[in-house]
Design a protein around this ligand. Structure first.
Ligand code: SF4
Length: 211
């Protein structure tokens, strides 16, 4: 399926990275899907490898849904990147499948909510309809913040459903914000908001930060 067909029909996700279990990319235990490709170029973006629109890990919506649903104990899934709304239709299909199975959805996007609504794009609207919590807005390194899940102070937490509004992690500034994991191959994965710590970080092959 070519890119134009995928935009119209969905079915394929161009993934940059996947983490089965994380507690720093949204409330509760979550899988995280980082997508490949972002139209923005925020100065200081931590996920430079994910900006270019190129084929990376191509996976069908069903394969990824099955992979996520096989993980025990998840509360939800987060989509980050890269720009999730650049792959809105297949991610909406994935989100709909996952929410039907009781998982909640968090999306980190570089678009503001106003931009997403003004776009009036059917795929964007379908993805918005499947999201519980949207972390919205471009990363601005000149506006540092310690707020939960935010990379910079201009960004917003938008609860598009009531599912996560009262989660104990929301507004808890003492929540862990960085995770370091080492997988069975010895690959070091660092995720979370690494701009909030002063420690030097080792080279990472997988995503260092949500945004
Ligand atoms: S911070 Fe987010 S929106 Fe900005 S360039 Fe990086 S991935 Fe794109």
């Amino acid at each position: 399926m070519n890119k134009q067909e995928n935009n119209q029909k969905g079915g394929l996700i161009n993934m940059a990275a996947f983490l089965a279990r994380s507690e720093v990319n949204g409330p509760g235990l979550r899988a995280v899907v980082w997508v490949q490709g972002c139209p923005r170029r925020c100065a200081g973006c931590f996920n430079q490898d994910m900006l270019e629109f190129r084929d990376n890990k191509i996976i069908t919506v069903k394969q990824l849904a099955d992979r996520i649903l096989a993980i025990q104990g998840l509360a939800g899934v987060s989509f980050s990147g890269g720009e999730p709304f650049a792959q809105a239709l297949p991610l909406a299909q994935l989100a709909e499948t996952l929410t039907q199975q009781g998982l909640n959805i968090v999306i980190f996007t570089g678009y503001t909510y106003t931009e997403l609504k003004a776009g009036n794009d059917p795929a964007w609207n379908r993805l918005l309809a499947a999201v519980d919590l949207l972390v919205a807005g471009p990363f601005m390194q000149e506006l540092p913040t310690q707020e939960y899940l935010l990379g910079s102070a201009n960004q917003e937490l938008l609860f598009l459903t009531d599912r996560l509004k009262n989660h104990p992690a929301i507004g808890n500034h003492s929540e862990t914000t960085v995770e370091v994991t080492i997988d069975t191959t010895g690959t070091v994965n660092i995720t979370g908001l690494s701009n909030k710590i002063d420690l030097p970080l080792p080279p990472a092959r997988e995503p260092r930060t949500a945004r």
